[in-house]
Write a protein that binds this ligand. Sequence first.
Ligand SMILES: [Zn+2]
Length: 450
Amino acid sequence: MRFRSLFRKYLARPIQTICAAGLLAIPSTNASAQNLIRDAELEHSLSQLARPILSAAGLSPSRVKIMVLNDRSLNAFIIDTRHIFIHSGLITRMEDPSMLQAVIAHEAAHIANGHISRRLANMRSARTAAGFGALLSAVVAITSSPEAAGGIIAGTAGSAQRVLFAHTRGEESSADQSGARFMSNAGVDPEAMVRVLELLHGQEVLSAGRQDPYARTHPLSADRRRQVRGYAAAYGGGGEISASSQYWFDRTRAKLSSFTGNSRQTLRRLRSLRGNNVTETVLLQRAIAFHRQANTDKAIENINALINARPNDPYYHELKGQVLLESRDTAGAVRSYRRAAEILPDQPLILAGYGRALLAADTQNSLQEAKRVLERAYSRDARQPRMLRDLAVVYSKTGNLGLASLVTAERFALSGNMRNAKIHAQRASDQLPRGSQGWNRAQDMLRTTE
Ligand SMILES: [Zn+2]
């Protein structure tokens, strides 16, 4: 399979997946460490913004997930029909919700118009954690490598690379037109798409090495900008930004900026705000910034104010659980996560946090409960390295060494480290009863890592 040789060629740098959990230990962002940010609140906020656009595109909002890579450069891309990836750098440059929705509309159009299915027809499935990790790692390695990307633009790159990762001008034009139509049908003014392209325009003139990856994966041109202005005029008019879109956009930005920004500066900027100026997003940013400064009391004070404002918001209870867990208040963390999981019983990232807190409590009962909760998290979304690590600990503490090896193999595969994945998958295969469900999963892993 041509993907395999591509994968081997570019996979010197494994992708790291992090969750916004672990706010105190944020890896620095640089070109070589591409980080997938897994955070329930962030993903929910983005899904609220994407929902009307995806529906207008005829895609199921519950099937297509928006995921964020912690990367300051500008890019958005798809790897299959179920995921849209957006760099944090692009989100923070968007001035209002409709610009972010324009980016989503364009990617949704690439999916809806079948621009991915042809290329990826022969590629391994992204549905397993291992397949997902391998595919994403390869895309990130290639689009973030100036050398490979330069080759794509100059047309000297291998044809496999070119067709896999760069859209043609024809596809861009089709995605722009459909995207503008989706926006209009969703009640969002497609004029925002013009503003996104103007913002990206400056990138077009940079040399390939300094360009943002967006310009590599989605060719920009004067023609394209002219056409988009035409679509915006044709489909535009009306479309006030709804209060709901503004709310979820503000929440997305607040979570992302407090996660990736400088917490000292955040606190200085928000210090003087009083009364009505202390909005939910201000409280949220303060809570996370105080937590990152290891000021637990102040963090909890702000989170309690959020919970008072929205007692049934699962993400605020989850945040409280996380802050308490990272401040060594295990019993308090279990209570808060349990509350979050009561409100939203099937959210895999919340379940993972709940399981982590139960594991930290470290009693015989809590260990059994942690196993049950983490297995539920796993069955709903296995693409969480931290959860896979916790589940491996639970399995080894409860004597399931074969299963511990299996989920460890999956964790390595998710980060693109196929060598270690294979070692642990082999160990799992040797330890698990032949023909059992776990043994079969180990055989799948061994095939994936071949
Ligand atoms: Zn495109």
